[in-house]
Design a protein around this ligand. Structure first.
Ligand code: PGA
Length: 237
């Protein structure tokens, strides 16, 4: 079954979360919810699959505001998004990807590593080079046995939150490139998700692409009606 990851980002108040949760139970074994960390427990209490939107590059200690992979693990969190473009942009996460990845893996969380090119890079035919660089930055010199369960999310930056989605052929070709590169350079066969303006109107069209292993969904995941519609349309296949 394809994975469907809900990235709420910094959205929803406590009352919105409680209302949202009235519409979900744990029958969806392929849906991962990534709310703000302060709300994780509500999702865990409902036995839903839960991920963190980020993880500290450090294990424990004097890092005010950070949350470590070991703390997340101790709560029952199973996944962590790493290197989301908003983290790279606003928190300089480019510099800490490998540390974050390692801490996540050694604490038995499954990392969802986000990669993606800017519009300018796409227009200048630099997409594949940028993706290679982001993958190498994260994965090089890590024992291959540690990497076998990680999930990649291909999220073109120009598509995130813009309503603009690459055409199916471009998504197919880019995901093929990522999978081939991972296999050739790292001997890894990994799941690759697509993320960027996925909604309940375009999901059926995206479902025609045959190498996408799931979706990372921002804006359309915070509206439970839209999100449930997406889940139904993906799980029907
Ligand atoms: P979006 O966000 O679905 O709102 O474009 C996706 C993401 O940032 O993960």
């Amino acid at each position: 079954m394809k994975l469907i990851v809900a990235n709420f980002k910094m959205n929803l108040l406590k009352e919105d979360i409680l209302e949202y949760l009235n519409h979900f139970d744990n029958k969806y074994s392929n849906v991962i919810f990534c709310p703000s960390n302060i709300y994780l427990n509500y999702f865990l209490d409902k036995k839903l699959l839960v991920g963190s939107q980020d993880v500290s590059a450090n294990e424990m200690g004097a890092y005010t505001g950070d949350v470590s992979a070991s703390q997340l693990k101790s709560m029952g969190v199973k996944y962590a998004i790493i290197g989301h473009s908003e983290r790279r942009k606003y928190h300089n996460d480019d510099k800490f990807i490998k540390e974050k990845l390692i801490h996540t893996i050694i604490n038995d969380l499954t990392p969802i590593l986000c990669i993606g090119e800017s519009k300018e890079e796409r227009d200048n035919n630099k997409t594949f080079g940028v993706l290679k660089h982001q993958l190498d930055e994260a994965l090089s010199n890590i024992d291959k046995t540690l990497l076998s369960n990680i999930i990649i999310a291909y999220e073109p930056i120009w598509s995130i939150g813009t309503g603009i989605v690459p055409n199916n052929k471009d998504i197919y070709e880019t995901i093929s490139f990522i999978k081939n590169y991972l296999q050739q350079e790292y001997n890894l066969i990994l799941k690759v998700l697509y993320g960027g303006s996925v909604n309940n109107q375009n999901i059926e069209d995206l479902e025609q692409i045959n190498n996408v292993d799931g979706y990372l969904i921002g804006g359309s995941s915070i509206d439970y009606n839209k999100f449930l519609d997406i889940i139904d349309k993906v799980n029907i296949n």
